[in-house]
Design a protein around this ligand. Sequence first.
Ligand code: F6R
Length: 260
Amino acid sequence: MKVLVVPTAERAATRAAGLVADCLNVGDRPVLGLATGSTMEPVYADLVARFRTGAISFSGATTFNLDEYVGLSPDHPQSYRRTMHRLLFDHVDIDVGACHLPQGDAPDPHVEAQRYDAAIAAAGGIDIQLLGIGRNGHIGFNEPTSSLGARTRIKTLTRSTRQANAAFFAKPEDVPRHAITMGIANILEARHCVLVATGAAKAGAVARMIEGPLGADCPATALQLHARATVIVDGHAAAGLELIDYYQEIHPDGEEPVLV
Ligand code: F6R
């Protein structure tokens, strides 16, 4: 796992956006795995800014978001589809027909989950997968005790996840109880995983993910099995890391090392 401890949340977003930009510029028909959540908002703002300068284009890109709430239609104001349009899709030259999210109001969510897996496979898999992390160690909506071998399916959200997401809804009871989410197996198949965590509230989950034992009680620990996982954290989110001096020695302020 490559651990980049950067000085600020802004730098974390810039660093993550830079990795996505590299993927867009190098790849022929890049496939991006996208996440939602507050941590990702500055990442998408940075990508939009890069697009406006002409540094990147999304014209050949395909995207797959990690998850969507069960029961919300694509045009529901709180759907992740609408969120992605507001933050990214509406501001760049992406082919909206190539932007995929699970359909939250599909007649049979289980069939929809299988369809989504097949669509990822048909696109040739994901080149770079953006990830946030929940305070309880979830990635996507793979809550604690999720099977580390599961693919896209329905998950019941924990009370803590619903509380964390309540701010986006008019009333706490409006937060859906279920989500269709890519599984840990999907995430581990992405060719590069980039997880971003900022703020003190994530320090415990970040320490457990990077330095704790592999276990379904913290699904993010599955990234320890990935051959190319990059974790970008600010100083607050890094506060619980025992080996922080080592990470800083290899990547001072999160920069790439100069090998001499
Ligand atoms: C949502 C998702 C979640 C979030 C996580 C962190 O698509 O994948 O795993 O990344 O809940 O959310 P924030 O960034 O709001 O703390």
